[in-house]
Design a protein around this ligand. Structure first.
Ligand code: BG6
Length: 497
């Protein structure tokens, strides 16, 4: 049986769920400048060139060669501006989560609701009030909010001004925001995460860090990414400090994308490749948990001739304020090999890797591997010996609404049941300490990689399509009652059969 205090729930992110992009004096974030994509076409980000032309470029591989201003422009469709319209449906949505028995709701605060441009001196009261209402609504039902401070939405004001996280001045802006929300919500929020999937700055530097490749020489950009990462490490450590000062009983975690790789064969070269690849992910949590850079990362800087600016004071801060727990997302696993020639590739969470012939794939090509979740839990717990929290796990799929209005998402139930069973084995058989499990996502919202609504994750269906057509009416899918039962029985409904 799961611990009686186990935090069952679901997770969302402001830019994918809230809509209301200009309500309450909200500013524009990087996510607001992204257009709709599709399964085969990535979403694009829009900007104005120096000579006034408006353009759009691939978010995951920008080829801009000018100093541009990012923003939202007429003639483009920006799904985040409407998303699932949580902004106007929050009472109904939280009531539905409460009815499912949620103990915890992971969500993010949109930084641009609190500091619209990112660099104001004072917070925006309307933005603060909005989240007061959300937290009050959660607490009314006994749901603990778990809040991500930064989930893929840097204020565009900071991006245009100085390239956001590539510049150390962003640290102060971020900390002003952290201080404001900590002071304001100190009695309401006790669980915090600093940066969502902090490791992703290397895979998608604009989305995660607001970095603009065209402002640097091509040969310099990788160094810039690691410099920005350093700024985020310092900001994260100081966020831990500030949050503990504001809220002595708070717990602050890091958050990583748990990309789980298997060697494609038992050739030593493939295992070495896998080990190297995992280090590219672990270098973030290694730093945030141990409070210091791992030797292998410093060696990499040296070998590449990088000169990452870090002061003694930065290093002291990082050492003094490590995170209290480790949270992560887990969706799938994939394979790696030293030589990928001729091997079939497969899509994954913001990456492409070798297809594993032993496991199935989702509608979007992500490989489904429940055992990989157990392996991930064991790896992380053995490495850090700190409590873990699975803050994202779920299946993005196409749902069909039947003539009678029902949605029979047995595929989602199968996916979640098998993952929960493996998570249970990690606790019961492997001795892993797990604080909770929040599925991605309890309700349909925009996909991060494609900005589509039709890649649905929820237990709750939202009647809106990729183009924003629909009533936004909420309805329960078959998985809704299933998850409700899982929570009500503290997992035993799916562990006993
Ligand atoms: C995680 C992100 O990586 O994956 C979420 O933190 C995202 O923001 C989730 O939504 C699922 O990915 P996608 O692309 O299917 O939405």
């Amino acid at each position: 049986m799961f611990d009686k205090d186990f935090l069952w729930g679901g997770a969302t992110a402001a830019n994918q769920y809230e809509g209301g992009w200009q309500e309450g004096k909200k500013g524009i974030s990087t996510a607001d400048c992204c257009t709709r994509g599709s399964k085969t076409e990535p979403r694009k980000v829009t900007y104005k060139t120096k000579d006034g032309n408006i353009k759009a470029d691939n978010l995951f591989g920008m080829e801009i060669n000018d100093d541009v201003e990012f923003g939202c422009f007429e003639g483009y469709d920006y799904p985040s501006h409407r998303a699932s319209d949580f902004y106007n449906h929050y009472k109904e949505d939280i009531a539905l989560m409460a009815e499912m028995g949620f103990k915890c709701y992971r969500m993010s605060i949109a930084w641009t609701r609190i500091f619209p441009n990112g660099d104001e001196e004072e917070p925006n009261e309307e933005g603060l009030k909005f989240y007061d209402q959300i937290f009050d609504e959660c607490l009314k039902y006994g749901i603990k909010p778990l809040v991500t401070l930064s989930h893929y939405e840097t204020p565009v004001g900071l991006v245009n001004k100085w390239g956001s996280w590539s510049d150390s001045r962003t640290i102060d802006c971020f900390l002003r925001y952290v201080k404001s929300v900590g002071e304001r919500y100190k009695d309401k929020v006790k669980l915090w995460l600093t940066f969502n999937e902090i490791d992703s700055i290397i895979r998608h530097p604009f989305m995660t860090g607001g970095l603009i490749e065209s402002r640097f020489k091509p040969e310099e950009f990788e160094e810039v990414e690691y410099q920005a990462m350093h700024h985020q490490f310092v900001a994260s450590a100081l966020a831990v400090k500030i949050t503990h000062e504001n809220i002595p009983d708070a717990k602050v975690g890091c958050m990583l994308t748990k990309l789980t790789y298997y060697p494609y064969t038992c050739k030593p070269e493939d295992l070495l490749e896998q080990q190297q690849r995992m280090r590219q992910i672990y270098c973030y949590s290694d730093t945030q948990v141990h409070g210091e850079y791992p030797k292998y990362l410093l060696q990499m800087y040296k070998n590449k001739g990088f000169n990452i600016k870090m002061t003694d004071e930065d290093l002291k801060i990082m050492k003094k304020y490590p995170v209290d727990f480790i949270s992560f997302s887990y969706y799938s696993s994939s394979c790696v090999a030293a030589d990928t020639k001729g091997l079939e590739m497969s899509a994954g969470n913001t990456e492409t890797a070798i297809k594993n012939p032993y496991i199935p794939s989702s509608d979007w090509g992500w490989q489904i591997d429940p055992i990989g979740l157990r392996i991930s839990c064991v790896d992380l717990y053995d490495r850090y010996r700190k409590p873990l929290f699975i803050v994202e796990n779920g299946l993005g799929a196409k749902d069909t609404v039947e003539a009678d209005g029902s949605i029979n998402d047995d595929y989602r139930i199968d996916y979640l049941r098998e993952h929960i069973r493996q998570m249970y084995k990690a606790i019961e058989e492997d001795g892993v300490e797990l604080m909770g499990y929040t599925t991605w996502a309890p309700i349909d919202l925009l996909s991060n990689s494609t900005n589509q609504m039709s890649k649905r994750y929820g237990f709750i269906y939202v009647d809106v399509d990729d183009y924003g057509n629909g009533t936004y009416k909420r309805s329960k899918k078959k998985s809704y009652d299933w998850y409700k039962e899982v929570i009500a029985t503290n997992g035993s409904s799916i562990l006993d059969d």
